[in-house]
Design a protein around this ligand. Structure first.
Ligand code: ADP
Length: 483
């Protein structure tokens, strides 16, 4: 049984229109590290989704009418409550998702940072005054909230993916209906408990857990009262939502899959590059959309880098995220495990060598050994598809041009990383990389102060930073005549 300082944060009912809802139907949330039941959660259907949309729609005018500073006050309180309850929120997160407790605590702080940031930005949704095009005309531009926001989020960051969306939405004056992943609804419901305690008015923030992902998603996309869909998840589902939203011309923001390249040039600080690769690859056990998926190493440093990385892999300690010292948790489910195994099998059949790991861990369940493959080529699945697991494939390259060509040979374009010290090369490669985010001499790029998002088939829109609120506002231009 999960031990919390405040057991009321382990909420299993849905939160709609300021009320806690039970439906008579529940679904199980299990701990991926043990397979044990964590909680039975209210299972909402399409009708309940519609009711939540109605509530958000009804709450919209009053919420939008508040001043930015008033909305900032609510978000600030929400932030403070999240940080005051950081330990409990982290424990709930680890129980349902499996990441080590220290990483879960980091995620809560990261999620809360968006509430703080957008509380500040709520006061700065500026318009513009444009010199008129005729003598008797004056032109004003204001920004208004888009309206009801429908959010669909994944299991890999059960708190932060919601926080990144709800914070700019509420700051801009939008109301929010969030469908969390059916694998990790408890973190979302704990956030709803805190939203209520922060005094956020009924209907402004709703959380609708349920297993009917397709049905609920379709309702959010088709319902004319939803103005915008914001989604983080696979490119496959992102495309479905785009298609479904077309009928009502939904505004849409998508944070989709990545296939991040990580380049190590001859002039790199190799130890720093190894540190960066460890973070970029093994954080969240490889289960983030910005995880390094393909590691390209220049011929002159290839062997030395492989040796250093192999040594570092041996320092990782997979295990139950609640145990002290554990560095990587289990994979989320059997499908995730099967994908890692398939990528290794495909690569080794085509000539790659296993330099470390390569097998299921003797911890059982969905634990997998941190793995390093050398001699990987562009023809292998691991170079083309996102692995989403603890598998680092090394690919050798000779020239800068060749490395850039291989790095960009993908339909994805979320994050890219490289290590180099030559200033001209740093500029050249950063500009040539076809990604929305470039980490130069760092493996850690996520922060609320910078715009996170992808190009190509990795998505639309940006989350975080001063740009992040734009996706939740519409520009209105007023032409004042007869002056
Ligand atoms: P992941 O690989 O991260 O699980 P998915 O795109 O499958 O990515 O899932 C992300 C979120 O989208 C989850 O909350 C999931 O339940 C939801 N989802 C899955 N299929 C659909 C769908 N057809 N329509 C709407 N949401 C969906």
């Amino acid at each position: 049984m999960l031990k919390l300082n405040d057991p009321s944060l382990l909420e299993t009912r849905a939160y709609v229109n300021g009320e806690w809802i039970e439906t008579g139907k529940t679904f199980d949330v299990t701990d991926p590290a043990t397979g044990e039941l964590v909680a039975k959660v209210a299972d909402l259907d399409v009708d309940a989704t519609r009711a939540a949309i109605e509530a958000a729609h009804a709450a919209k005018p009053d919420w939008a009418a508040l001043t930015g500073k008033e909305r900032a006050g609510y978000l600030r309180r929400f932030h403070d409550l999240m940080m005051e309850n950081q330990d409990d929120l982290a424990a709930i997160l680890t129980a349902e998702m499996g990441k080590p407790l220290a990483e879960a605590k980091g995620e809560i702080a990261y999620g809360a940072s968006f509430l703080e940031w957008f509380a500040e930005e709520a006061k700065r949704v500026y318009g513009d005054v444009i010199p008129g095009h005729q003598r008797d005309k004056r032109i004003l531009v204001i920004r208004q909230p888009v309206g009801v926001v429908g959010s669909i989020t994944p299991w890999n960051f059960p708190n932060a993916m919601i926080a990144r969306k709800l914070a700019p939405a509420l700051a801009a004056g939008c109301t929010f209906v969030g469908r969390p992943s059916e694998l990790t609804p408890l973190s979302a419901l704990a956030m709803a408990v805190l939203a209520e305690r922060a005094g956020i008015p009924a209907g402004v923030f709703n959380i609708i857990p349920g297993v009917d992902a397709a049905g609920m998603g379709e309702e959010l996309c088709a319902n004319p009262k939803v103005a915008k869909i914001t989604f983080t998840g696979s490119t496959r589902v992102g495309k479905i939502l785009m298609r479904q939203g077309a009928e009502t011309v939904k505004k849409i923001s998508l944070e989709l899959g990545g296939n991040a390249p990580f380049l190590v040039f001859d002039d790199a600080d190799l130890d720093a590059a190894v540190d960066g690769a460890m973070i970029a690859k093994f954080r969240n056990n490889g289960q983030t959309c910005v995880c390094a998926n393909r590691i390209y190493v220049q011929a002159g440093v290839y062997d030395a880098f492989a040796e250093k990385l192999t040594a570092r892999l041996a320092t990782l300690r997979p295990g139950n995220g609640f145990e002290p010292g554990v560095t990587t948790g289990p994979l989320i489910n059997a499908d995730a495990l099967a994908k890692v195994e398939a990528h290794i099998a495909d690569a080794t059949e085509k000539g790659a060598q296993v330099a470390a790991g390569g097998h299921r861990s003797n911890l059982g369940r969905t634990f997998f050994e941190p793995t390093l493959l050398t001699g990987v080529t562009q023809q292998m699945r691991v170079a083309r598809e996102e692995t989403f697991g603890p598998l680092a494939p090394l690919i050798r390259f000779e020239t800068e041009a060749e490395a850039i060509e291989m790095a960009n040979a993908t339909e994805f374009g979320l994050a890219g990383y490289f290590y180099a010290r030559d200033l001209a090369r740093v500029w050249r490669v950063a500009e040539a990389m076809e990604t929305g985010i470039v980490g130069v001499n760092t493996g850690l790029i996520s922060t609320e102060v910078a715009p996170f998002g992808g190009i190509k088939q990795s998505g639309l829109g940006r989350e975080g930073s001063k740009y992040g609120i734009e996706d939740f506002t519409e520009l209105k231009y007023m032409c004042l005549g007869g002056i």
